[in-house]
Design a protein around this ligand. Structure first.
Ligand code: NAD
Length: 494
């Protein structure tokens, strides 16, 4: 990474953004725009179109028309593969400008954003491009006088609603498999992090994706998101975001065409550290990274640290030391470890959680405050609260900020009980040298992902999805493809 290049890119003004519909950039039907505020310094970076119901309807009609005339689904797999590979190459070629644009919009530290955003988006799209001509239909083991064929068909029009923490990466988790399987797509990025994803969609057209196959509409969730949710012409809705919005999407589906709804929601992921962990110093460093990178705005963040009694005080001291050593600040400096909180509203919510945690008997080990206020940006010191009880708010509710709650345990059974004591089930980790204990914890802790002697970093070959109120279905890996196909039986009398 080259700081001079990053500085040059950040000095460039950002043009106003508009929707991408029918392969063209279009303004909102009523000309409305939204200010895009940079969390780096609180200034207005640019504007995007403030989508109306009419805009979303037009985008959905565009996707539907593109699907019905089979301009994409009807192409040979090799042709679709070529376009998607070219798209991935273009994302790689523009990686630094996409990453800097995204950081100016959402505040993630550039060292993480470059890898996690364009880097992983390109890898994801390439993965599904490579996979698309290796997905076969099936012949059922029927009686000899019939032939039962199982075809795998694209579903039709996919609506994708994306959050603000990793817009390109999460966007690619949906767009990659959806487009690979021949669907048309309408994507709605978050109000507070849309720019890099919008530009990534432009690159798809440049790569040769036919106009109308991929449409992108910016605007408020409660307006354009709701229209998408209630549409009779969206066949599958794929979503990453909060549980509250997820609930609404299920309701929209029930009130409209009963579209399939796949939800990737929040978490309160337990990071369980036993005294027999192979390397406690390493575990402490990784535990700090696992909650504080991207200012805690990571769905799988290890936000609950469960520590065996015998090592509790020393281990927490090590995690606090690691946290205090992390540089918080300008996310466009390559040596920054923790960038900005995405919005003023999110920062206020984070501080509110700390206040509640202390009022409920937690003790502040480090952090707990807004910092660098003079920059105008939204920064928060990495925060550790100890003595968090099983039912405390900080143990039960997702903060989605740089706030770690610590709870001691004394037995394996107690660790499992604590780990499973929330409505969530997204991710978790166990640190131990005991192989049997590791396997038991993987089995007994109810999550979609368990890490052993590490935290985070799972690549595109494995699924990511939650259980309980962390969602249903999963992103990544070949398993994600199931969300974007219908199975059709042909029953042929011979
Ligand atoms: P959010 O639910 O507020 O918003 C997500 C998206 O939904 C945005 O695009 C928003 O505009 C849209 N939206 C809001 N209201 C809507 C409505 N009524 N109808 C349709 N769309 C609507 O979530 P957020 O704050 O952007 O993201 C943070 C959340 O996302 C956290 O809970 C986090 O854990 C979760 N997340 C989960 C994963 C995962 O893979 N499980 C990954 C990243 C983030």
């Amino acid at each position: 990474m080259d700081q001079t290049k990053i500085d040059a890119l950040r000095a460039q003004p950002v043009p106003a953004f508009s929707h991408l519909i029918e392969g063209r950039h279009v303004s909102a039907s009523d000309g409305g725009v939204m200010d895009i505020v940079s969390p780096i310094d609180g200034t207005v970076l640019t504007t995007t179109a403030k989508g109306t119901a009419k805009d979303m309807e037009r985008a959905i009609a565009s996707a539907r028309a593109a699907f019905e005339d089979r301009r994409w689904a009807g192409q040979p797999p090799a042709a679709r593969k070529k376009v998607l590979m070219r798209w991935a190459d273009l994302i790689d070629a523009h990686a630094l400008d996409l990453a800097v644009l995204g950081v100016r919009d959402n505040g993630t530290e550039i060292s993480m954003a470059l890898k996690a955003e364009p880097g992983s988006a390109a890898a994801t799209i390439r993965y599904y491009a490579e996979a698309l001509d290796k997905i076969y239909g099936e012949i059922a083991p029927t009686a000899p006088d019939v032939l039962g064929l199982i075809h795998k068909e694209p579903v039709g029009v996919v609506g994708a609603i994306i959050p603000w923490n990793f817009p390109m990466m999460i966007g690619a988790w949906k767009l990659g498999p959806a487009l690979a399987m021949g669907n048309s797509v309408v994507v709605k990025p978050s109000e507070t992090a849309s720019l890099s994803l919008m530009r990534m969609c432009d690159l798809a057209l440049e790569a040769g994706l036919p106009p109308g196959v991929l449409n992108a509409v910016t605007g408020e969730g409660a307006v354009v998101g709701e229209v998408m949710g209630l549409s009779m012409d969206i066949d599958v809705l794929v979503f990453t975001g909060s549980g509250g919005t997820g609930r609404r999407l299920m309701d929209y589906a029930a009130r409209s065409n009963m579209k399939r709804v796949y939800l990737e929601l929040g978490g309160k992921s337990p990071n369980i550290v036993f005294a027999d962990a192979p390397n406690l110093a390493e575990a402490a460093k990784v535990a700090a990274g696992g909650i504080f990178r991207n200012a805690g705005q990571v769905c799988v963040a290890g936000s609950r640290l469960l520590v065996e009694d015998a090592i509790h005080d020393d281990f927490v001291a090590e995690v606090a030391k690691a946290a205090e050593a992390m540089r918080v600040g300008d996310p466009l400096q390559i040596d920054t470890h923790i960038g900005a909180v995405n919005s003023q509203q999110q920062l206020a919510a984070n501080l509110g959680f700390v206040e509640t945690a202390l009022a409920e008997g937690g003790q502040l080990k480090t952090g707990g405050t807004r910092i660098l206020q003079e920059t105008g940006g939204y920064y928060m010191a990495p925060t550790i609260v100890t003595g968090v009880t099983r039912d405390a708010t900080l143990a039960q509710k997702e903060v989605f900020g740089p706030v770690l709650g610590v709870t001691p345990f004394s037995t394996d059974a107690e660790a499992v009980d604590l780990a499973n004591s929330t409505v969530y089930g997204l991710a978790g980790a166990v640190w131990t040298s005991d192989l049997s204990r590791a396997h038991r914890m993987v089995r007994d802790v109810r999550t979609g992902v368990m890490h052993v002697n590490t935290y985070g970093g799972a690549d595109g070959t494995v699924p990511l999805g939650g259980v309980g109120q962390s969602g249903n279905g999963s992103d990544k890996s070949l398993h994600a493809i199931e969300k974007y196909i219908n199975l059709k039986t042909a029953w042929i009398k011979l």
